[in-house]
Design a protein around this ligand. Structure first.
Ligand SMILES: Nc1ncnc2c1ncn2[C@@H]1O[C@H](COP(=O)(O)OP(=O)(O)O)[C@@H](O)[C@H]1O
Ligand SMILES: [Mg+2]
Length: 473
């Protein structure tokens, strides 16, 4: 199958491409379903020998500090190995970057950079905007993930933010042992979050855990502004006492308070079917270019909402797919923070639904946003509107009936919103606030550009792959 061949090619090409494949596997908005399935296997299958043996890094950096006899591998991924070791009588975990990786990735990135002009040559004007940003975003994401000092700093920061929350565990770091290639941290024993026996042993219900996960991610993104952007089941665990453990902060992002506000605005406008406000929010988040044809975008967004309303069950994934399919005709891009939002939403929703197939991710998001004052409940919003109307109309008693009409109009729209609750969650994802990964990669861009014509996409991907082999060969 072509999808499997693409996956194998990514494996053959090396770490930067494996990363790209992993990213693509969480982007149902860009990649056709069969590809998503095949690329998902990249999450687990990583050639052991790529990038060198991380144990040599432990020897070089911590040979004098640790008893190397106690250093035991427990997990291996495309970028790093995780070991346990004894240190000062404690069991610690060491996440160690593969030694030759940085150079390999720099080389891959150079290749990708050289391909950009070629790809933009094939793209039409509308797509150029997306494409030119995509490669830069990808570079940013992958460089961040290689930077273990950044990873340790983010862990410390998120750990501090959750210090008072005993339901969530973020391993503490050992700064004296950390370096650009090593994250040394407390060893926290946990069982994979999707293991239903573990949840049962700990006395935590599936829905309860799914709710905790959703609210934890929303809090990181929208309240604290630093979030873990990679909530796949391999990075989430449950302790014997039912706490949620979050590992792996390589993919993490920050949101400014302005971005948090823009994301909340996105949600609010969506809930209220305020398409004009939605366009503004998308422009503020730099998803749409400020010069975009507003009338045409409005029409497209109306259609998105209509399509979603017609679906019996609305998921984040469905919203993203609809939204991006429609926006595809406009100069749109997915900046890294929005990409992370998309990713956290899609991956997080997937985890929650594998815990509880009926879990309503969007409803949970909505109640979080209301609890934290990001959006008013529909009722409050209605009263707020009435107050405004009354204030405006008070001096003109004659005008009152018209105001009342307006309010009824809003009420009707409000009811509509209630029926289409799931639409709101779209914004939510954004709310999740995450950010990173995105886009970027050339293949993603290529698939995106030709989404409508799968064969063209495949031909294009294959030609890139050949070109890459040629350039690198
Ligand atoms: N502090 C820790 N305590 C216990 N296990 C850990 C710790 N950190 C990582 N692990 C284990 O190692 C695995 C891989 O670590 P992770 O940080 O996710 O690396 P990768 O980037 O390779 O996915 C995790 O899924 C988890 O099982
Ligand atoms: Mg991981």
């Amino acid at each position: 199958m072509r999808a499997d061949r693409l996956t194998q090619t990514m494996l053959d090409l090396g770490p930067a491409f494996i990363k790209v494949g992993q990213v693509l596997s969480t982007r149902p908005d860009i990649v056709p379903p069969t590809y998503v399935e095949s690329l998902s296997s990249l999450q687990d299958e990583v050639p052991e020998e790529t990038g060198g043996d991380p144990f040599t890094v432990v020897e070089a950096e911590l040979g004098d500090t640790l008893d190397l006899e106690t250093v035991t591998p427990i997990a291996g991924g495309s970028l790093a190995y995780v070991y346990t070791a004894e240190y000062g009588g404690e069991q610690i975990a060491l996440k160690v970057r593969r030694p030759d990786l940085a150079a390999m990735i720099e080389r891959d990135l150079r290749v990708i950079r050289r391909l950009i002009p070629l790809i933009t040559f094939f793209a039409d004007d509308r797509q150029r905007y997306s494409l030119e940003n995509a490669a830069n975003d990808f570079e940013e994401i992958i460089r961040d993930e290689l930077d273990f000092e950044r990873e340790a700093a983010v862990m410390d920061e998120i750990g501090t933010n959750f210090a008072a929350d005993d339901r969530v565990v973020i391993p503490e770091t050992y700064p004296a042992l950390c370096s650009a290639r090593i994250v040394a941290m407390e060893y926290v024993e946990g069982t994979k979050i999707t293991d239903s026996n573990a949840l049962e042993r700990a006395g935590v219900g599936e829905t309860e855990m799914a709710t905790l996960i959703t609210r934890t991610y929303l809090r990181m993104g929208l309240v604290d502004g630093v979030f873990h952007a990679d909530p796949h089941p391999g990075n989430l665990a449950v302790t014997d006492t039912g706490q949620l453990v979050i590992y792996d902060y390589g993919m993490s992002q920050r949101l400014t308070s302005q971005e948090q506000a823009d994301i909340a605005a996105l949600y609010r406008t969506l809930v209220r079917r305020d398409v004009d406000g939605l366009v503004d929010a998308l422009i503020a988040l730099e998803v749409l270019d400020a010069t975009v044809d507003r009338v045409a975008v409005r029409r497209a967004l109306d259609l998105v909402i209509e399509t979603l309303e017609g679906q019996s069950e609305i998921t984040w994934r469905a919203i993203i797919t609809e939204l991006f399919t429609m926006l595809h005709d406009f100069p749109f891009r997915i900046p890294p923070n929005v990409m992370l939002l998309v990713r956290v939403g899609t991956v997080g929703e997937g985890v929650c639904r594998s815990l509880d197939p009926k879990f309503d991710f969007l409803a949970t998001t909505q109640s979080f946003l209301i609890d934290h004052g990001f959006i008013e409940s529909e009722l409050e919003a209605l009263f707020e509107d009435i107050r405004d109307d009354v204030r405006q109309s008070a001096p003109i008693v004659a005008g009152l009936p018209a105001q009342v009409n307006t309010v009824f109009g809003q009420l009707e729209r409000g009811e509509l919103v209630v029926r289409t609750e799931s639409v709101e969650p779209t914004t939510i994802d954004s709310g999740l606030g995450y950010a990173v990964l995105s886009s970027a990669f050339v293949l993603a861009a290529a698939l995106l550009s030709f989404q409508s014509t799968l064969d063209a996409a495949i031909a294009f991907v294959v030609s890139i792959v050949f070109l890459l082999m040629y350039v690198r060969g």
